[in-house]
Design a protein around this ligand. Structure first.
Ligand code: NI
Length: 413
């Protein structure tokens, strides 16, 4: 059927709505292009805040699709908009675009060409899926009511992250619902995972600097030992978890780095403690920086040392809207009737998509990429992380379906 004939047919039946089957067929047709985009991104990964070529690649493709690229005051990242032919709500889709400082250890023909840099968290799949949705929906522009905002966000992996700058640049202006995705190597390809409410944790990243008084190892009474004070602080921070917060709510405080001292026989002048605290509770997320500071400060005061605390990141917990998840579930069931939806377990991992969810209702679906036969079962951030690319079609079809549903243009059949 020609386009003209199709339009005539639609106006005759009185419906110009888009069916899930039509979306699925269009997603399948995009598969080869999406694989080539994804492999290109995988071969040339860029870490947080240096995604210059990635930004140019995305900009070029969305412009070719006919989307309007919106101006932003950021070094990297792309904000683009697709306007339907009729007015309606504004819906956003967020895909993150940054890679990790990891050397890839796979034998894939499209293995990273940037030594020490790898898409080991699947953000190449997220970007290629977002580009696929942009292509698919732009083909159906005439039947869309409202606006779809595409947020290709940089620096998800590196706090303070790219979400807040994107929001400050108007990414959520007039947006009523936001959707996102993250690949999941524990979910078989062809399936998705959903979780209502708090799915990921608040991440409070902090640096502590303890300043003491240096001197000879044999004369500790004339010094203030920053190293011993630091050790006491590290030890006491764990007592916050066991004694100061409600034990019904899981909390983790992890010190990942402790640097102090210069020589065996010199008392350390300074100590640097680098850590992160995690909780699923918004209330405890507010308490934790206060408790960490109070504990560290009081120990330093007791030993005559000084403390400086810097908050590097304070991502809120990622709280998925149950209504938006129901839309995801409905969309998936209409596309893939009878296939089970997995309930994603809670995790104390952090994700700056949480920042958008503080402002507007939305949800992140987990996109299954697991296929043990091809080795796609390694956890995120593993040097041999892989994804079954058939997930590109599932992700594109589900996201396009839920966006059409939210715009009120999805057919009932
Ligand atoms: Ni990630």
């Amino acid at each position: 059927m020609t386009k003209k004939a199709l339009r005539k047919e639609l106006s005759k039946t009185g419906t110009s709505k888009i069916s899930p089957q039509e979306i699925l067929s269009a997603s399948e047709r995009l598969f080869d292009s999406q694989v080539s985009w994804r492999r290109h991104l995988h071969m040339y990964p860029e870490v947080a805040n240096t995604e210059f070529k990635t930004t140019a690649f995305i900009t070029d493709l969305v412009e070719k699709t006919g989307l309007r690229v919106l101006p932003i005051k950021m070094k990297t990242g792309v904000l683009a908009e697709l306007k339907g032919s009729k007015p309606g709500p504004s819906i956003a889709l967020r895909a993150d675009i940054d890679a990790l400082p990891i050397t890839e250890e796979t034998n894939l023909p499209f293995k990273s060409k940037h030594i020490g840099c790898m898409h080991a968290c699947g953000h190449d799949v997220h970007t290629a899926t977002g580009l696929g949705v942009a292509h698919l929906l732009s083909q159906m522009r005439e039947r869309l009511c409202g606006t779809v905002r595409f947020i290709f966000q940089p620096a998800e992996e590196c706090p303070p992250g790219g979400a807040r700058p994107m929001i400050a640049n108007g990414a959520l202006k007039d947006v009523s619902t936001i959707f996102s995705l993250h690949v999941d190597p524990s979910v078989p390809v062809g399936q998705i995972g959903l979780r209502d409410g708090a799915a990921l944790a608040a991440a409070i990243d902090f640096d502590l600097t303890i300043s003491g008084v240096s001197g000879h190892a044999a004369r500790p009474h004339l010094c203030v030992d920053a190293l011993v004070t630091g050790a006491e602080v590290i030890h006491s921070l764990q007592t916050i978890v066991s004694r100061e917060v409600d034990p019904i709510s899981p909390v983790a405080i992890t010190i990942g780095q402790f640097h102090s001292g210069t020589a065996r026989n010199v008392i350390a002048q300074t100590a640097h403690i680098i850590g992160t605290a995690r909780t699923l509770s918004p209330e405890i997320a507010k308490q934790l920086p206060v408790l960490i500071k109070r504990t560290a400060e009081s120990i330093c005061a007791a030993r005559g040392a000084k403390l400086e605390m810097k908050l590097i990141a304070d991502y809120p917990p990622m709280i998925n809207d149950a209504g938006v998840n129901r839309r995801f579930a409905r969309g998936f069931e209409r596309l893939y009737t009878g296939k089970e939806i997995i309930t994603t377990p809670q995790s104390l991992g952090g994700e700056d998509f949480a920042c958008y969810l503080e402002k507007v209702p939305g949800a992140m679906m987990r996109l299954g990429v697991q296929n043990k036969k091809i080795g796609a079962d390694k956890p995120w951030h593993h040097p041999a992380f892989m994804a079954d690319e058939r997930a590109l079609t599932v992700g594109t079809a589900v996201l396009s379906t839920v966006i059409c549903d939210a715009l009120g243009v999805l057919s009932d059949q």
